[in-house]
Design a protein around this ligand. Structure first.
Ligand SMILES: Cc1cc2nc3c(=O)[nH]c(=O)nc-3n(C[C@H](O)[C@H](O)[C@H](O)COP(=O)(O)OP(=O)(O)OC[C@H]3O[C@@H](n4cnc5c(N)ncnc54)[C@H](O)[C@@H]3O)c2cc1C
Length: 266
C-alpha cells in the first residue's frame, strides 16, 4: 500500500488504524484536537470481551477483537495497557447460578472460554469479597480490561516507529476535497493533503462536528463515508481517491433484531 492517509482522531480507532496502516506501508498522519485517547476512549470501561453477545456474527466479531488485542499486546508491550486478568461473574442465588450454568454451556458450545465456579472457588480467587450471599459463579479467563489512554499512546508511538506522524492539539475545521484545514493550539492555520481521509473523530460534539463538516461537503446522505464515485471495487483502495470514512457511522453494532451490521464501508 503506497498511499497517504490522514486520520482525524487519535482515540482507540484512529490510533489502531494508524498502527495497522503504517505497517502496511501507508504514509500516515494522525491529527487530534487534544491528546491521544482523550475523547470517549478516556472514559471507557475498556472491557475486552465477547461475553454472550448476540447475534452470533456480532459475537464472532468481538472474539476477533479480543484476539486482535492479544496480538497487539504481544507486539506492542501490552503489559502496560492490556490487563488480561479474566473476569468473574457472580451468582447470588441458586436461580442465578442455574442461569449461569446454561450460559457457560452455551458459551462453551461456541468455544468461548468459560468455567463454572463454586462459591468456595470464588472466595479463593477473590478473598476480599464480602460475606454476602454467593451461590457460585463463572470465570471468563481470556477477558480483560484496557487502559485506553496508555494503549492509544503506545499504538501511536509504534506507528511513529513505522513512519507515521502524530499532530496533537490541532483541530480539524474543514475538509476541502482532498485537503483538511486545521487550527493549531497557537492559532495558526494549516492545510494537509492526503489520498485518503479517515474520520475517526468519535461520537462526541467535536466528532459530530467533523461528521457534519463531511456531510456538508459530500451532500445530504446518510453517514459521512464516501468513496470516489469512480471507484467500483472495494478492494481497489489505491484508486479510491478521495475517500473519507467516518468511524462514527461505520458502526460495528448490529441493528436491533437483525443479524446485519448497520453499515460497512470501504
Ligand atoms: C462509559 C463508557 C464505557 C465504555 N465501555 C466500553 C467497554 O467496556 N468495552 C468497549 O469495547 N467499549 C466501551 N465503550 C466504548 C468505547 O470507549 C468507544 O467505542 C471508543 O473509545 C471510541 O473510540 P474512538 O476512537 O472512536 O473515539 P474517541 O476516543 O472519542 O476519539 C476521537 C478523537 O477525535 C478527536 N477529535 C474530535 N473532533 C476533532 C476535530 N475536529 N479535530 C481533531 N480531532 C478531533 C478527539 O479529541 C478524540 O481524541 C465505552 C464507552 C463509554 C462512554
Amino acid at each position: 500500500m503506497a498511499t497517504s492517509v490522514l486520520i482525524i482522531g487519535a482515540g482507540v480507532i484512529g490510533a489502531s488504524l494508524a498502527y495497522e496502516l503504517a505497517g502496511r506501508g501507508a504514509t500516515v498522519t494522525v491529527i487530534d484536537a487534544a491528546q491521544a485517547g482523550s475523547g470517549t476512549s478516556a472514559a471507557t470501561f475498556g472491557w475486552v470481551n465477547s461475553n454472550d453477545k448476540a447475534p452470533a456474527e456480532y459475537g464472532h466479531l468481538n472474539v476477533l477483537g479480543l484476539q486482535a488485542h492479544e496480538r497487539a499486546a504481544r507486539s506492542i508491550g501490552g503489559a502496560g495497557w492490556f490487563h488480561q486478568i479474566g473476569n468473574v461473574e457472580l451468582a447470588r442465588t441458586e436461580t442465578e447460578f442455574s442461569a449461569l450454568e446454561d450460559k457457560v454451556a452455551r458459551l462453551a458450545a461456541d468455544t468461548y472460554e468459560a468455567v463454572l465456579l463454586t462459591a468456595a472457588d470464588i472466595r479463593r480467587l477473590e478473598p476480599s469479597l464480602g460475606t454476602g450471599r454467593l451461590a457460585g459463579g463463572a470465570l471468563y479467563p481470556r477477558e480483560g480490561w484496557i487502559d485506553a489512554i496508555t494503549m492509544c499512546t503506545a499504538l501511536l508511538s509504534s506507528a511513529g516507529q513505522r513512519g507515521a506522524t502524530f499532530r496533537p492539539f490541532e483541530k480539524v475545521e474543514r475538509i476541502e476535497g482532498t485537503s483538511v484545514i486545521t487550527t493549531s493550539a497557537g492559532g495558526s492555520r494549516n492545510r494537509h493533503e492526503a489520498d485518503l481521509i479517515v474520520l475517526a473523530a468519535g461520537n462526541g460534539r467535536a466528532g459530530s462536528r467533523v461528521c457534519n463538516i463531511a456531510r456538508s461537503f459530500f451532500g445530504p446522505r446518510r453517514g459521512c463515508c464516501r468513496r470516489n464515485r469512480n471507484t467500483a471495487s472495494r478492494t481497489s483502495a489505491s484508486s479510491a481517491r478521495p475517500c473519507t470514512v467516518g468511524a462514527r457511522e461505520c458502526s460495528i453494532k448490529p441493528c436491533s433484531g437483525s443479524s446485519s451490521y448497520r453499515s460497512t464501508h470501504l
